[in-house]
Design a protein around this ligand. Structure first.
Ligand code: CAA
Length: 296
């Protein structure tokens, strides 16, 4: 029976995951390396619950109860001590994730499941640094976590059927729709999404169409809520580049090679929403989509 969840990493994905578990009654420990990101995460969660209260999804009373279910810790060893499930949502860096899993494996109770929210790093590789590979699984939430219905569940090579069933049932308890897939580069979500985004960037790079035109075609023509270039900015251009490199390396197939324009933009520090500029420029507090002057 899963009751206590420890989420490692308090960034966008980590705070969204902590928010959702707490909203559905689980006791959550949110872990990060310092107090500042933890305080920032709690403030973000409170703000996002306010959006849910405004929409009537949860009541004002639920807000305080949800927040009361979240405690914070700056130590992985301390934070995982009572966990039934650990969900790691740290930066997408293989060495960092391997280190976190070794630490969590050493300190978590026997029987505690270890999940990773990785978007593309091999679950099998992460599981291999632990002494419980059958209890390690991918639990890939989508951004924004409180809004998006999908949880992509990734079975590593050694993941047991019981672990998969527990995570399926848990995802349903969060009012999400689980989809179980196997552990190959990019899994399913990013294996399909990233080549589409890369192709959109190639279309811009080759002068087929402008930023607004590419996004409008996909929004109005395919009913996507965001066009691929806006979505790339939202995900982070550095994240898109990393995932494309995982696909390129993992399959050894040049069709996944990132567009040189994407490489240049990331090298120049244009990482999308989080850096204030990507294909569009972003001003805090404004929802207006302004195409970056580079592309006018
Ligand atoms: N917490 C709670 N609620 C939130 C929220 C958050 N963090 N962010 C947005 N919302 C809610 C809003 O309150 C609003 O609610 P209603 O629909 O009830 O009005 C709703 O979500 C829409 O928000 P906005 O009005 O602010 O903005 P929008 O209509 O433009 O929608 C969006 C925003 C939901 C992000 C929408 O544009 C969308 O679905 N975009 C695509 C997102 C997507 O594809 N995500 C997956 C990215 S890939 C990934 O995450 C995995 C990976 O590995 C890269």
């Amino acid at each position: 029976m899963i009751k206590n969840i420890t989420v490692i990493g308090a960034g966008t994905m980590g705070n969204g995951i902590a928010h959702v578990f707490a909203q559905f009654g689980f006791s959550v420990t949110l872990v990060d390396i310092a107090k500042e990101p933890l305080e920032k995460a709690l403030a973000t969660i409170a703000k996002n619950i306010d959006r849910q209260v405004a929409k009537g999804i949860v009541s004002a009373d639920d807000k305080q109860q949800t927040l009361d279910r979240i405690t914070t810790n700056t130590s992985i060893e301390e934070g995982v001590k009572k966990a039934d499930l650990v969900v790691e949502a740290a930066t997408e860096n293989t060495e960092l994730k391997l280190k976190i899993f070794k630490q969590a494996d050493a300190a978590a109770p026997a029987g505690c499941l270890l999940a990773t929210n990785t978007s593309s790093i091999s679950v099998t590789r992460i599981a291999a640094v632990t002494k419980r590979p059958e209890l390690v699984i991918g639990m890939h939430f989508m951004n924004p976590v409180p809004v998006m219905k999908l949880v992509e569940i990734i079975n590593g090579y050694s993941t047991s059927e019981e672990t998969t069933q527990t995570i399926i049932s848990l995802s349903k308890q969060l009012d999400k729709i689980p989809c179980v897939v196997n552990d190959y580069p990019g899994f399913t979500a990013n294996r399909i999404l990233m080549p589409m985004i890369n192709e959109a960037i190639y279309s811009l790079y080759e002068g087929v169409a402008g930023v607004a035109e590419i996004d409008t075609v996909m929004k109005l023509g395919m009913a996507h809520p965001m066009g691929p270039l806006q979505l790339a900015d939202f995900i982070g251009l550095d994240v898109c580049l990393n995932i494309l490199r995982v696909l390129q390396e993992g399959f050894g197939n040049p069709k996944y090679a990132p567009c040189p324009l994407l490489v240049n933009m990331v090298t120049a520090g244009k990482r999308g929403v989080k850096s204030g500029e990507g294909f569009y420029t972003y001003t805090a507090g404004s929802k207006e989509l302004v195409v970056s002057s580079q592309f006018l």
